[in-house]
Ligand binder design. Structure first.
Ligand SMILES: [Zn+2]
Length: 61
């Protein structure tokens, strides 16, 4: 069951959702390509999710 601390971390991480490294456009949730320049964001999204999960599971596991 999710703790308040875990939920807070998820909500905070949404504010750090990746930007396009090519043109700086902020990604919308669910996009895997930049809506402006079409750059593939999959690797950046992967890294974001990985860091988030590491953070969540580090202290509350
Ligand atoms: Zn872009």
């Amino acid at each position: 069951m999710a703790t308040n601390n875990q939920i807070t971390k998820v909500l905070n991480s949404l504010g750090q959702f990746p930007e396009c490294p090519s043109c700086g456009v902020r990604m919308r949730f669910g996009d895997q390509e930049c809506p402006r320049c079409g750059d593939d964001m999959y690797d950046d999204l992967w890294a974001w999710a990985e860091a988030l999960i590491d953070d969540i599971t580090a202290q509350d596991a």
